[in-house]
Design a protein around this ligand. Sequence first.
Ligand code: BG6
Length: 493
Amino acid sequence: RAGPPCVVVVFGATGDLTFRKLFPSLYDLHCLGSLDSRSCIVGVGRSALDHAAFRERMRESLTQAGVEDLSRWDDLAARLYYCSVDVDTGTGMDALHALCNELDTARQIGGNRLYYLAVPPTAYETIATRLGQAGMASEAQGFARIVIEKPFGSDLVTAKALDAAIHQHFTEHQVFRIDHYLAKETVQNIMVLRFANAIFEPLWDRRYIDHVRITAAESLGVEHRAAFYEQAGVLRDMFQNHMMQLLALCAMEPPSQFEAELVRDEKTKVYRALRPFPVGRLNEHLVLGQYGAGMIDDRKVPAYVDEPGVPADSATPTYACMKVFIDNWRWQGVPFYLVSGKRLRRKHTEIVVKFKEVPYSMFRKVLGEHISANTLILSIQPREEVILTFQTKLPGPMCLRTVRMEFDYNAGVKRPKTDAYVKVLQDVLLGDQTLFWRQDSVELCWGFLTPILQECDCPDKAERLYLYRAGSDGPQEVRHILSPATMQHGTTP
Ligand code: BG6
């Protein structure tokens, strides 16, 4: 579906995100026919570039991204513009406003604007304010949407302050807060699996589920992002956003319609029901780690503290395993283990739903065998699968074995794979906020995490941190917070 015609204004147009992700995705959108032929793109940056130099840079981004078919390039290049703006001083805002209006009139765009803030989060407030002061947030003619990416603040107080600044000029329906995990196909599939099938939902509660484990493991280290990561650590980088979204998708009640506000209402209810961590007893619910030197894919990699830009005495966690409870009827007593870390053995994101064991085994006496509980695995990436394990009889004398029923998400699908940003941009153009964070959820998640972060930031924080070898499965100490059933049957995070 093509969205309505629009002037897409990209702040941070000469930056890394635009080069690596946004521009190749806009080109994909154009090739898919999802960018109206009247739409145009205005890159905004501090550098003094002319339109031609900007076009050249963007063409280069396609080559770097490995785009092979450039046959539609000329058509898009003719709709690419550049405007130099210093957002700190506001110099250039008038020229930007004038350029947008001129393009709007010439191309009969109808006043629609999409402002994508591909800039460091510290610039969000200033840009939103500049847009507001210039009258560019107004929806008097068409829509005016602003797109920002996490982090939305660094704790509850800063998240509220950022929101207040943005809401001075934009209302909630104009604000699109991206979580790129929500745009992943397999993440979108969680709701379909749960709510478009009759067989899972009756079992999806405390009566049948023993525990749920949500893992987002990465083999990458901190890369070139030490400055950001030193401030964030794994809790702010992965938990306040992606892990919380995956948790909500697993735990939420079915919305009555697949519609943005109703879906987001149900997620919000999950966040409201999160049981606060017991003050002073953090260790029973949280294990933090930091990677030491090790091997990844037969390659030696340095310890976190030896990465460029990381202080030698850094106590920033690069791994966390958190045991979370949801206080409602459906989930009372069921632990959700959220696990994420860098420099782990392999990259994989998955949700493992461990069902309870059979209440009584009529086979035990004869076979003396332990019957494994059923497991449903939603493999998000890099493998995109749904796997169900169950028991069968081995051919021959009575003997049980555990087998897997596997569904490959891409089997029989011819559609070319597109980046998550294609979906994000498409939804912003269509005005569909289903896959975007709503502010009340952002605040509830910060409300849950902030006391934990405060306790973690105490002077003895280094003592809380367990060192793990790069290329391993994380610190062994996670065993301290796992429930007995988890330990017994070898489903350690
Ligand atoms: C980002 C984090 O939000 O998600 C990164 O800032 C992390 O630290 C990345 O590497 C993981 O995303 P994906 O899609 O590779 O799982």
